[in-house]
Structures are given as C-alpha cells and as structure tokens.
Design a protein around this ligand. Structure first.
Ligand SMILES: Nc1nc2c(ncn2[C@@H]2O[C@H](COP(=O)(O)OP(=O)(O)OP(=O)(O)O)[C@@H](O)[C@H]2O)c(=O)[nH]1
Ligand SMILES: [Mg+2]
Length: 294
C-alpha cells in the first residue's frame, strides 16, 4: 500500500445501505475489531463518523443522508496483512444524487469531479428495494389469471402515469454506471457491488451466492457489467452490516452485546465472515494493482 489518497465512491439509490455500511466499517476500523483494515491514526474530524457509529451501535437505523449534506469521511488505515498504510476518503452522498441522474437527467459538476479523482467505488443495492422490470407478457398473463380484460382498457380505470422513479432499478443503476464510465479514470475501474441487508436474502435451501443473486434479480445490470468488463473490474459482496431490521428485536440486541457480531459478509468462493473491511481492502489492493499496471 502507498501514501496516495484513495477516494472511493459509495454509489446507490436512496436507502441502499451506504451510511449503515460506513458506520459499521468505522466501528470495526476505529477499534481494530479484527478486520483486515484498522485505523493507523484517528482522523482530526471524526464527528460525522462517530455520530453514525453511535446510532449503529445502539441498534438505531441510520438517518437519511440529505441531498445538501457534505460528509466526506477520511481516515488512515493499516492493512494487517501487508503492514502497509493508506489514506481513504469516502464521500457519503445522498442516494438522491444518483436517483436524480435518472429522473431529472441531472448531475452535479462537483460529483463528476469526485468521479474523476476516484480510485474505485462500491455500488450498494438493498434487496428489499429492487424494482423488478415488468414485461408486458407477464402483465397480460397476470391480468388473465385474475380474469381481467387484457385487450380493451377499461375507460373507468384511470391509468397510473409512468414516473421515472418507478423504472426498474437495473435501468436506473445502469444509467448511474454509464455516467461513472464516462468520467472515471480510463482504467479497468474497481467496482465492488455490495448487496446490503444480506440478512434479508433467503434461498429455498441456502442463500444464493451474491453474484447469482445479482444475475437473477438484476439481469440487465449484470449483463451491462459483463459486456463492459474492460471498463469495470467487479466483485460482488453480500453484506449484512446490522444483522436484522432496526428498530428490531430488543432481545436479539441484548444477546449480541458486541455490535460487530451482527455483521456478516459473503463473497463468491469465500466462507461467510464478519470482516466488513473486506470490500474496501479488495478495492485498495485492486486499485493499487491497476496503478502499477499503468
Ligand atoms: N435488515 C437490514 N437492514 C439494513 C442493513 N443495512 C441497512 N439497512 C437498512 O436500510 C435502510 C437504509 O440504510 P441507509 O444506510 O440509511 O441507506 P443510504 O444508502 O445511506 O440511504 P440515503 O442516505 O437515503 O442515500 C435503513 O433503514 C437501514 O436500517 C442490514 O444489514 N440489514
Ligand atoms: Mg445515507
């Protein structure tokens, strides 16, 4: 690791789990709680980090990040494996920045400047907030099964007008990634896909691997990433940063006195573990390898 400032973006629509991840990450890093990364020095201004961490430790959901808020967390970390140190910068942007790129075709210049200076990014998705694409034939089949007419629309039923925010999550996120691809450094850009609230993902037998979940639930996004594999270098993670829904079961909260025991991280071909720093240490090592190649 080196002394270059590593700016890593956290991308994701509103409520996709960005702030909760950062809160849990800071808890583990600040207290050297067994993660691969730990704080090498405490940041001079850590008010924001400590505020979100305190809520997370108390089992309270993160407050929504306001569009006008300007929170960039910075910290110096040590890699427990290599012994190297690195400076990290994480702008905690409101999900509205990303939503507006799609709904209003609007993007702030300050965001594009951040993209140009970034070494990599994490894209967050909350499994309960994925809007699936609806095919017309599926709508017709559903209507038919309910005995509703599928051809002549009922003039008494007012159609619900289309709004861009109701478009499929895949379509919205591909748009976010196209803006990123147009402005990010022209290398194979490290992009960790973080499926947050992994505790909510269930399979019939066992939860799917994170990359299987992605291709099943967001096929357009997965195909876009696959067809742009020269532009994005990806790894998919399933992360439960808080363990269950908050505010939740007080008994569960009492029986897990060490907050970092609520964390679970899974990635393809890896056993589940509790190290929430692993998506960031992957970004660090991948971006460093990219720099050495160029
Ligand atoms: N069950 C569960 N819920 C989670 C987890 N992580 C986040 N959430 C919930 O998801 C919701 C959104 O989380 P945030 O971290 O505020 O999301 P965000 O991306 O920062 O949202 P904006 O600030 O609006 O952009 C909150 O209600 C969290 O409590 C998790 O690991 N498990
Ligand atoms: Mg937030």
């Amino acid at each position: 690791m080196d002394n270059i400032e590593n700016r890593f973006l956290m991308l994701g629509l509103p409520g996709s789990g960005k702030t909760t991840f950062l809160a849990a990450f800071w808890h583990v890093v600040a207290d050297a709680e067994g993660g691969r990364l730990s704080a090498a020095a405490l940041p001079a201004d850590r008010r924001y980090l400590n505020a979100i961490r305190t809520r997370w430790e108390q089992g309270l959901p993160a407050e929504r990040t306001l569009f006008t808020a300007d929170h960039t967390a910075s910290m110096r970390v040590r890699d427990q494996v290599s012994g190297g140190e690195a400076d990290l910068l994480f702008p905690d942007l409101s999900g509205e920045h990303f939503e507006r790129q799609w709904t209003e075709r609007h993007c702030l210049n300050s965001y594009l400047d951040m993209v140009r200076e970034s070494a990599g990014a994490l894209l967050f998705l909350h499994p309960d907030r994925v809007i699936p694409p609806l095919r017309l034939e599926e709508v017709f089949a559903l209507a038919k099964s309910l005995g509703a007419p599928v051809s002549a629309p009922d003039a008494r039923v007012k159609p619900i007008p289309f709004t861009p925010s109701s478009a499929a999550t895949s379509a919205q996120l591909v748009d976010v990634l196209q803006v990123l691809a147009d402005h990010a450094p022209k290398v194979s850009f490290p992009l960790g896909i973080v499926i947050s609230a992994w505790d909510k993902v269930r399979g019939i037998h066992a939860p799917p691997a994170p990359s299987e979940w992605l291709s099943r639930e967001l096929p357009l996004l997965e195909q876009y990433l696959r067809s742009n594999d020269d532009r994005f270098y990806i790894r998919v993670f399933g992360v439960s940063a808080q363990g269950w829904d908050y505010p939740g079961d007080d008994q569960l909260l009492r029986s897990t006195p060490n907050p970092s025991d609520r964390i679970t991280v899974v990635a393809d071909n890896e056993e589940p573990h509790r190290d929430i720093t692993s998506p960031v240490s992957w970004l660090l090592s991948t971006s460093q390898a990219r720099r050495e190649e160029t």
